[in-house]
Design a protein around this ligand. Structure first.
Ligand SMILES: Nc1ncnc2c1ncn2[C@@H]1O[C@H](COP(=O)(O)OP(=O)(O)O)[C@@H](O)[C@H]1O
Ligand SMILES: [Mg+2]
Length: 147
């Protein structure tokens, strides 16, 4: 558990995962590529969190939609994923509507109740989803997916 290590600091938590940043150089070897980078480690809290990490990673790597926060790598069979750290402090309804309209270009269903301020951050100035396993419900609706 990253919370027990003094090299990580928790910056957020949801129902299935916690998010940490590295605060010094003492991280275990599996994180050595990511020390001193502007990234977040999302740690699964349980098997559901592992599934969320794996599914998010699959969605990202198969599609690279511009409304998704990139996933840089997946570690330890889904226990961790690494994402760029995004700014979550200044999200407005305008950003939400931008993400919804991008999402709807690829999605035929209308399930997007999880596209809300708390799941969005600014990455290179553009609004992106940071928490998107919910897309599984719409997965069949994406053209671009090749499983
Ligand atoms: N890429 C990121 N940059 C900054 N903060 C993040 C990032 N990813 C997650 N977080 C923070 O961590 C919290 C938990 O992550 P999240 O993916 O929402 O987990 P869960 O799927 O359990 O809801 C988020 O609400 C957010 O505050
Ligand atoms: Mg969340």
């Amino acid at each position: 558990m990253l919370k027990d290590m003094n090299c990580f600091s928790k910056i957020g938590s949801g129902s299935t995962r916690s998010a940490y940043i590295c605060v010094n150089n003492n991280a275990p070897n599996i994180f050595s590529d990511w020390i001193n980078k502007d990234i977040v480690i999302k740690e699964a809290k349980s098997e559901r969190g592992v599934r969320a990490n794996k599914f998010e990673y699959k969605i990202w790597s198969n599609n690279k939609f511009n409304f998704l926060c990139p996933i840089l790598t997946i570690l330890n069979e889904g226990e961790y994923i690494i994402m760029p750290k995004v700014n979550t402090t200044k999200i407005t309804e305008y950003h939400v509507s931008k993400v919804v309209s991008e999402y709807r270009k690829y999605c035929y269903l209308s399930i997007h109740s999880d596209i809300k301020k708390k799941n969005i951050g600014l990455y290179k100035g553009k609004p992106v989803l940071i928490d998107y396993p919910f897309i599984e419900q719409d997965y069949a609706g994406f053209d671009a997916i090749h499983l």
